[in-house]
Write a protein that binds this ligand. Sequence first.
Ligand SMILES: [Zn+2]
Length: 181
Amino acid sequence: MARKCSCQICKAKGNTDVFYKVTDDKGKNKYYCSKEEYDSFIKEKEKREYLIKYIAVDIFNYDEGQIVPPVLLKKIKELHGFYDYEVIYECFKESKDSIKYWIENKGFSSEYGMISYIMKIIESNINDIYNKWKYKKSQEQKQEKKKETEILDIGFMNQVKEKVSQQKKKGIMEFLDEEDI
Ligand SMILES: [Zn+2]
């Protein structure tokens, strides 16, 4: 029987019959509005983890599991208010050498000062990265649309061919009917 439940992500109310169910590793059922909402939530989470790990390991040379400064996480959250995690990741990747240079040579007296400086570097580069990313995305979308149209075109052409050959057969039959019999 359907029970009332609410979406784990957006808190919308619904019931267990229509909502998408995911059983977690403890055997507990969790509900979401739709599979799409759940999938994109998980994908976002993975992209974020990938980014944070990159910053920790590749930029700060942290050991696996070492905690990333909360102030940095907060700044990334702010950036993510507009920029996709992919863009933020690309930006850290592009700025890696200069960030590492400043960490080694600037002699920061506090972690907060260091993070602020890093974020200045990121903020000054991010719009270039964003524009490139946006262009790449739009090219990918165009490519996908083109593929879809091509598939549709082939389907349509096959239908036309079929119709023409049917017409031809019919034409010959009619011709035979009228004249030869
Ligand atoms: Zn929802």
